[in-house]
Design a protein around this ligand. Sequence first.
Ligand SMILES: Nc1ncnc2c1ncn2[C@@H]1O[C@H](COP(=O)(O)OP(=O)(O)O)[C@@H](O)[C@H]1O
Ligand SMILES: [Mg+2]
Length: 351
Amino acid sequence: MRFSQTYWLNYKNLKPERVSWHEGLNVIIGPNASGKTNTLEALSMLCGWGQPRRTKLKDLINWDVNGGAKLYSRFSGEEEISVLIKINERRSIKISGKQGNASVLRIYVPSLSFWSDDVRLVEGPPAVRRNFLNQLCAVLVPLYARKLYDYKKLLRHRNYCLRRGQPDGLIIKAMAPLAAWLWSYRRTITDLLKIGLKEISNDLLEFDFDIDIKEGSEGFFDDPLEGFYNSLFALKKEELNKRVSLVGPHRDDLVITVAGRSATQALSRGQRRKLSVALMLAAAKVVECKMKRRPIILLDEVASELDQEAKLDLIKALLKGGWQVIAATADDRVSDFPGKVLRIYQGGIST
Ligand SMILES: Nc1ncnc2c1ncn2[C@@H]1O[C@H](COP(=O)(O)OP(=O)(O)O)[C@@H](O)[C@H]1O
Ligand SMILES: [Mg+2]
């Protein structure tokens, strides 16, 4: 799927404007604080994602207006649909005129977004890789987001109990099936990702590597539920000492190795970033293959962190993928960009 035309009203600092998008590559160029990230966030909400973390709904509405904000888009591609999102105290979604919800919307318009932190997918902390996996899983299975949310809520309760030395047996009982579900799903997706990576890496990378999910558990397991309980048993003392939960999907990592050594050690900074990009593109391949729809890719300041050669490789790979891409950057040294260049200044977009 792809954005064909969007319109927004009272959304953060963005000026009310109709924007037409190229079906291939789009780049939004503008100085700091001009509204690039806001634009990508608005687009990501139009694809059914929630507001950015730690942002309240009311913060999405322009500070200077009374009333709500609106986001609207026409999509084309595998089918034609329109999406209208109204933001007041609540968020309401209409898909082609009918009441809809976010998880349905994510199926209609699968999208993946990558923010500047994701360039550090390989070298960054495990949380960056978990977020990456979570996003991919949530696109593929709408239920995933819900289960992860429930799991995290229980995890907060459990940590509270551990801190205070209170009993947590009931919480563990509720957590275990969720943990097992998340684990087995992440394993499945990691296997798909491996296949996607094989296709991508030939074009992009000059070295071999392996990825694997390493669960936040004690030792390897076949049955995830059993693995969860066994790990809890094995780490019981340590958890009580440290007063924090050490077992579960919140401790997972996607381990990346090159000839048996950790990728962070084995690869140069440039290679690590290229590998990060390969992971993003592999995720797009997986989505396309599983959902039979082309995902939209949103990139915020991702390319700006790459060297010139990697940037060109990325553009080539994106073109080859045939996805609609909307990228934002403060770097205005673009020449011969094979797509649409949009300029943004103080919230106003011009082409
Ligand atoms: N609710 C809001 N109303 C008006 N302006 C906002 C609102 N929320 C954020 N902003 C402004 O948006 C600007 C940030 O835009 P952003 O998209 O992050 O910039 P960048 O182009 O650097 O990515 C900031 O100047 C911020 O003050
Ligand atoms: Mg920004």
